[in-house]
Design a protein around this ligand. Structure first.
Ligand code: SF4
Length: 153
């Protein structure tokens, strides 16, 4: 059965910066869970960050990932992305279901680095690395597309 890499918060694990989750409420999730398809990872926790933690945003000009008070977490974010890629390779994963708008997992949109809730087109650090390595990335709003692609070889 082909595996899907999934952001741990979408799977219901309480790993977000605020200690919460963003569980996807959709019947297909129960089916994929039953089929044992999911490889679950939070790249930020895997990169060594605690729960809860300071919310961070990507600065697209400098490439850094920073908290609102200016602390630089870039290394931890890259380490988490690298762990995600290695896990994906280990399980021959072609598809990853990732949390939109996250500085790690964002697929189409991320916050713009000004901590003003403004969103821009862009990828999170893990999403970008996975995509660069040929893995198809989907947000929680792309479930129908993932369903279709999963059954195409
Ligand atoms: S890094 Fe990804 S998996 Fe972890 S809490 Fe953020 S969006 Fe969810």
């Amino acid at each position: 059965m082909e595996k899907i890499l999934i952001s741990a918060c979408l799977f219901g694990e309480k790993v977000r910066y605020d200690g919460g989750d963003t569980l996807i409420d959709d019947p297909i999730m129960a089916q994929w869970k039953k089929e044992d398809r999911f490889i679950v990872l939070c790249p930020e926790v895997a990169g060594g960050l605690p729960v809860p933690r300071k919310p961070c945003e990507r600065d697209l000009e400098t490439g850094q990932v920073i908290s609102q008070d200016g602390e630089d977490f870039t290394d931890a974010f890259h380490q988490g992305a690298s762990i995600a890629l290695n896990l994906a390779k280990k399980h021959n994963i072609r598809h990853a279901l990732l949390k939109e708008r996250s500085p790690s997992c964002g697929v189409n949109l991320i916050y713009d680095g000004t901590f003003t809730s403004n969103k821009i087109k862009g990828l999170g650090i893990t999403a970008k690395l996975l995509k660069e390595n040929g893995i198809n990335i989907y947000s929680e709003f792309d479930l129908d597309q993932l369903k279709t692609d999963l059954h195409e070889k």
